[in-house]
Every structure is written in C-alpha cells, then in structure tokens.
Design a binder for this molecule. Structure first.
Ligand code: PEP
Length: 243
C-alpha cells in the first residue's frame, strides 16, 4: 500500500463574506496533513491570495464546459486562474437541489482534470437507501457513473457522504464507515487497478472534533470532507489535529 497523506477538506457551502477570511489566519496547519478549504466562489481569489503556506483553496462546483453561454456558472479553468487547486463535484446538495446526474458529475470531474486540478467526487446513499440495504449498490453505481476517465491517485479524491449524515449531527457507526470505505476501495480497484490503492477516500457527514479521531482511525479513511465544522478555525483545527 502506498503512503497516503490525509486530506482534510472544508466545504463552506453558501456561507461567508470577505470578513470571514480572518478564520484562515487562525488555522493550525500540519505538514503531515493536506488541508483544503472550498469557500463560495466569490471568495476563492481572496482566500487563495491570503492563504498561509500549506492551505489549499478550491471550488464547490464547476461547469463541465471550459467556457461559453452558461449564465451564473464558473469553469474549472476559472478556478485555476484564481489560484484554486481542487473542485468538489457531485455534492449531494448539487445532486438534489440541481438534479445533477452521475453522467453530468463525470463530465464535470473530467473538466476539472483537463484544467489540471484535482476532483473531489462525492457519493453517498440516502437514509431510505440505507434502510433498504442498498447503500453499497447505490455508492457502487455512483462511483461507476461519475468517476472521471483518466482518474489517478493524484488527480481524484472520492468523498463518501451519506446524505442523511450531512448537517444532521448523525453519523454511521464506525463499522458501517469501515465497511463502505473497504467496498469503495475494492470498487475503485475494479475501475482503475492498482492506482486505486493511493486514491484518498474521505468520509463526510457531521465530522466534528468529538468524532474525528475515531473516524480518521479507520483503515481506508484518508481524511474528511467537513461542512459546518470547517467554518470556525477552532473546530477545524481540532479536526486537522485528529488527522
Ligand atoms: C458536507 O456538506 O460536505 C458536509 C460534510 O457537511 P457537514 O459536515 O456539515 O455534515
């Protein structure tokens, strides 16, 4: 197994104005953990300019096209131009609020790779799907449908985010997370072979200082995607320290 540097990624969602950028001044970064914040697109440029050494900045979404008549959208190349290095694609809020399909997410992820950036592809089941015993089937289908062509350990990250755990304070059991992450590693191996061993698999969904150490201690969990707890440096620092 290759040595994997964990990634702790913050997703600010539609929160924050320029005044919020003071939070990144208080971050306690660690060379053994890669740390990323994906602010609203309005803040990418200012955050990238202000970021301390060791803090990566990214976007929460992008369009699949490089440019064109797509009012309100931004392209991966625009993110790169602002100093961003990652783009989250397929977050469940995009899948639900904007009807994004696996095929669209795959196209977006491929646009991210084409721009020389790293794609964080989100997958995860709903509560009804978990209750019905189809969580692995759902996640397997999402990986198969949204993994970009040309995915490698360097350009692609997969985030497992059970929809019912996002912003709810609820998390799966550690055994359930371990089982899903083992399943995802095996599925990825089926798609990209040995390169799958180095792909970072993040867990996301109500990660907080109190549970981060246990979750990050699971074998195939290589960091986290953190929503609410990434907004305040104190909480995010505790999660970085746990990684
Ligand atoms: C997210 O939306 O990616 C997320 C994990 O949110 P939260 O940590 O708030 O559950």
């Amino acid at each position: 197994m290759p040595e994997i540097t964990p990634l702790v990624a913050g997703n600010w969602k539609m929160n924050g104005t320029r005044a919020s950028l003071t939070e990144i001044d208080a971050l306690e970064l660690d060379t053994e953990v890669e740390v990323l914040i994906c602010p609203p697109s309005t803040l990418i440029s200012d955050m990238a300019d202000r970021a301390p050494d060791g803090l990566d900045v990214g976007a929460q979404d992008c369009h699949a096209a490089g440019s064109g008549a797509h009012t309100g959208d931004i392209s991966a190349a625009m993110v790169a131009d602002l100093g961003g290095t990652f783009v989250i694609v397929g977050h469940s809020e995009r899948r639900t609020d904007h009807g994004e399909t696996d095929a669209l997410i795959k196209a977006k992820a491929e646009a991210v790779l084409a721009a020389g950036l790293i794609a964080i592809v989100c997958v995860g089941e709903t509560e009804a799907e978990r209750d019905a015993g189809t969580a692995e089937e759902v996640v397997g289908t999402q990986i198969a449908g949204s993994l970009p062509a040309g995915a490698t350990a360097e350009n692609t990250v997969i985030a497992y985010e059970p929809v019912w755990a996002i912003g709810t304070g609820r998390t799966p059991t550690l055994d359930d997370i371990a089982q899903m992450h083992d399943f995802m590693r095996a599925e990825l191996t089926g798609h990209i072979g040995a390169a799958a061993d180095g792909v970072r698999l993040l867990y996301g969904g109500s990660v907080k200082p109190a549970n981060a150490k246990d979750i990050f201690g699971i074998g195939n969990v290589n960091g986290g995607l953190v929503g609410g707890a990434s907004l305040k440096a104190a909480d995010f620092n505790a999660i970085i320290a746990a990684a």
